[in-house]
Design a protein around this ligand. Structure first.
Ligand SMILES: [Zn+2]
Length: 309
């Protein structure tokens, strides 16, 4: 599922491609994607004659802004937008087509058919589901260390599932949560209310750094993600924990472990990220020694071999 960096990349691409274009008609062949209004004919009638004025984002949702209306779209597993000439053949699984007056079309393709579209009078979308309960935007000014502390509250929930909860902080999914927790040196099963101020501040900073770097790289191409123009993101080459099971931690050399936390595959360094159950000083010391030995033995070799892919 695309996370904040991938959705932001789609947003930027679409913004360049559709702003200023006026819809002449809409064809929706799979009504299930249309959540509001759920009648394809009503949906089409509302959009005809409208012009896209900007493409924005709230969490993992796109906000396609038209004159007077906002189309809220979640790509879920496999949803993709693309702009084509009307005479180009349509790919299979193209379910919604916005025909423009200039002879081009915005097409929405969704193999898994889990994506959603909600249409609102402008302004109403932020007060209504699915956007009304979303939490802090991690790449906006309001995401301060103090705001992060307040959003976590006193909850004793494990930190990873809490960060995946879009009502706390938006935009993080399984990839970037694992990356941020690894960068911060925080174990995914630590209860949120047991984090020290220093751990919480490191995590805050790691969330911002990880997401910003991934946006810069155009997102991560894992499974089938591509941006609105069919280009792949590059951040998958910078991942330090996610998907690196058994490979050495780039900080200490200990092999990255895969476990399951809150039902999600989770990648951690057992040495850099101390869990709630391996906090005894003796264990810490022995793990630390093992890591140091590993680094001594392998640092030179790794430098010679170059980074492992
Ligand atoms: Zn490590």
């Amino acid at each position: 599922m695309p996370e904040l960096p991938e959705v932001e990349t789609v947003r930027r691409t679409l913004n360049d491609l559709i702003v200023g274009k006026t819809i002449s008609s809409v064809t929706a062949t799979l009504p299930r994607i249309l959540q509001k209004p759920d009648d394809p004919q009503v949906f089409a009638a509302m959009l005809e004659g409208r012009t896209f004025t900007s493409v924005e984002r709230r969490g993992k949702f796109l906000r396609l802004v038209l004159d007077g209306l906002v189309l809220v779209s979640h790509l879920r597993m496999e949803g993709r937008f693309g702009v084509y000439r009307a005479d180009e053949p349509k790919e299979i699984h193209t379910h919604v087509v916005f025909h423009f007056t200039d002879g081009t079309e915005l097409r929405y393709k969704d193999v898994r058919q889990f994506g959603t579209m909600h249409l609102f009078p402008a302004g109403e979308e932020l007060r209504s589901p699915p956007l009304n309960k979303l939490g802090l935007e991690p790449l906006e000014g309001g995401f301060t260390p103090d705001a992060f502390r307040l959003a976590l509250g006193r909850r004793s929930t494990k930190i990873k599932p809490l960060l995946l909860n879009q009502e706390v902080v938006v935009g993080l999914g399984n990839i970037y949560v694992d990356e941020a927790l690894h960068m911060a040196g925080v174990h995914p099963e630590r209860p949120a209310n047991k984090l020290t101020k220093s751990e919480r501040d490191r995590l805050h900073s790691a969330i911002v750094q990880t997401l910003s770097a991934a946006v810069e790289a155009g997102g991560s191409s894992i499974k089938s993600y591509v941006n609105g123009q069919g280009e792949m993101g590059m951040f998958q080459h910078s991942l330090k924990a996610y998907g690196r099971t058994g490979e050495p931690c780039l900080t200490c050399g200990t092999p990255i472990e895969r476990t399951v936390v809150g039902g999600r595959g989770t990648h951690t360094c057992p040495d850099c990220q101390k869990g709630p159950r391996n906090k005894s000083p003796a264990q810490d010391a022995s793990r630390g020694e093992a890591a140091k030995r590993y680094v001594r033995n392998n640092a030179v070799k790794r430098r010679l071999d170059g980074p492992s892919e």
